[in-house]
Design a protein. Sequence first.
Length: 109
Amino acid sequence: VTPPRSQQQVPTSPFKTPFRFGMGSGNPFSVPPTPGVPLDIPLGIPIPLSQELFVPTQELSETELNMTVEEWVRYHIQIEYDKFKEDGEREIDLFQKRAEQVRKTIGAL
C-alpha cells in the first residue's frame, strides 16, 4: 500500500482554453478556463474558429436525432472542416494584404 502524499499536486493542462465571449453573463459557454493556465490572449484579437472549444450539447436537435452515429460524426467533422477552411482563407487573405504592403514599400524605395 502506497502512503498518501503530504502535498497533493493538482494536474494542470499545458493548453489554454480560449474564450471568444469572456466569462460574463453573455457567455454562451459556461465552461471555466483550464485551471493553472493564465489566459493572456489580448482582447480584440479574434481567436481562430478552429481553436474554439467543442461544447457538447445537452440534447440533440430533431435533425441530429434522425442521424446514425456515423452521420452525426461526419456532420461534426464537416463543421470543424469549415472552421479550419475559414481560418485558412482568412490567413491567406492577411498574408496577401501584407505582401502587397511590402511590395509597395519596396517599390517606393
